[in-house]
Design a protein around this ligand. Sequence first.
Ligand code: C5P
Length: 228
Amino acid sequence: MVFDTQDLLDHHKLPVIAIDGPSASGKGSVAQLVAKHLGFHYLDSGALYRLVGLASLWQDIDLTDGIRLGAATSRLKIHFDADLIYLDGQEVSAAIRTEEMGKRASAVGAQPLVRQALFALQRSFLQAPGLVADGRDMSTVIFPQAKLKVFLTARVEIRAQRRHKQLISKGISANIDILTKDLVDRDGLDTSRQTAPLIKTADAFLLDTSEMGIEQAVQTILTWYKLA
Ligand code: C5P
């Protein structure tokens, strides 16, 4: 494939809103609504790490074996169809949303070769007219040129309550103390890892949604975007 330099420059100029933050902060719901308001594409980068987590389970790969995990990530056959996600032809949209898959995603996400293998795939989501990308390293690694960077968070007890409500509404039983501990553990792993740790960059706007509903968070981001 021959790349035209002008095409690449124009592509680079497409607007990106990068939304990073800890687990269960509500950034997925907020990011999707912001994308809908603006008619932009949406990247749920956490889903990709969850898919690697699922693939590692299917292929029985040790979560510390970075080389095999990296190789498996390069071979992943992922397909998105509206809200449905397929891995190797199997519909896995619900299977990747479990707490177990969140933990596996966090473990595989600490492997540099996995992150490297997902880099180009994540960048390919940037298509006209623009993209809202949510994850942990959208502002720092994948889209450092983002027009707007948001660090979206909420107090851990609020996040645990939200996750609890979400699981119960899906008919999945959950214990709030275990959920809180899991969130604290996952935050610890995501913020302390060597490669692409979760951090708030100096140029990112902080949005604490502890006392805020989804719609207010969405409107705040849309206002910041208009002013960016
Ligand atoms: O956002 P979500 O909870 O689905 O992400 C699951 C896990 O995937 C996170 O805890 C994190 O370890 C990893 N992840 C990551 N980089 C991203 C998105 C998610 O390392 N950009």
